[in-house]
Design a protein around this ligand. Sequence first.
Ligand SMILES: [Zn+2]
Length: 359
Amino acid sequence: MRPDEAIRFLRQFQELLAEGGFVATYKFALLQALADLSVEHHGAFDGSLSLHVEQIAEKFIEYYWNQARPFQQEILKQNTSGQAEVVCLVEEYREQVDGKLGRLQSSHTPWSRLKRRVAAIIIKMPLWKLQTVGNRKNEFLYRESEYSNRTIRLLPGVPEAFRVFHPLLTSMIRGGWIAQIHRIKGNRDILGPGAELEEFLFGTDRGSLARYRELLRNHQAGECFYCGKKVGNAGDLDHFIPWSRYPLDLGHNFVFAHKGCNNAKRDHLAAPVHIERWRVQNLDEGHRLARAFDEAGLTNDLKRSLLIARWAYEQGFASGARLWVRAGEFEDCDYRWKAALGVAGGLRLAADEDPPDYQ
Ligand SMILES: [Zn+2]
């Protein structure tokens, strides 16, 4: 694998993890299955690898087998609404064999039946959704048009990339998987306070998020950043450059929005129309905002926020990210992001005119 191919693969993989929206955790199981099967099987001469959906189903059963046990007292939800179908199935079979996967695997009929049923779910859902990023397909792992006899073919080079980067990809997949389990509302009571360890270590204090929100609500005259309409209820604080892409809380990166608009945008980068507004509202108004943040004791750094935004769009541009316009509407990340952000002619800001004290 050439270095440029490796970088391209990793970029696309990152984009897929950052953007592909799933209600269930199947995306993670499927990516892990493709990575593991690339290690556990010989590929073809041309560097491709054909995989039968039942091979993928076996992997799903392995992964979900332990996850279908109760954690504390209850089984964790793997779907934003109710339980994921695969978990229900696995749970049902677990009971029949007293939780012993080996026993199930050695009893031919029920094992084949479970594999077939899980395979049917994989075909129905994640297999065709996995490579959709911002409502468009980027078929860099396998092509849907090549699917036949219930078999997909990992494209030449893909199995090798999975083998070379297996530890890195596994920790990325697991990180995403755990984060999704945390996000599912139904799991909050089951997980309890101990589960907030990650948030405790790497997240932000909720109290300061509420203060950021009120400050920005004021700054935006109570209107939603994305749709411009009044926000009647508490509203949401949105990370303009999504937290999943760069987990840092800096004042200028926040915008106040409807819960619905925030949820629709999710972990996508916003389209130029929003970048432009963000520049005008947050960067051009940067000093005024900074004073307000300072008075409220909230972390902010105008220049760093801009550098992080520039970095995020550079990466998005290189990996073919889809930019969010409004619910269900996306566009390509083309060169226009630069002009919208005001960095077309280099990185210059109104803020540059009076440099901070330490310079
Ligand atoms: Zn809105």
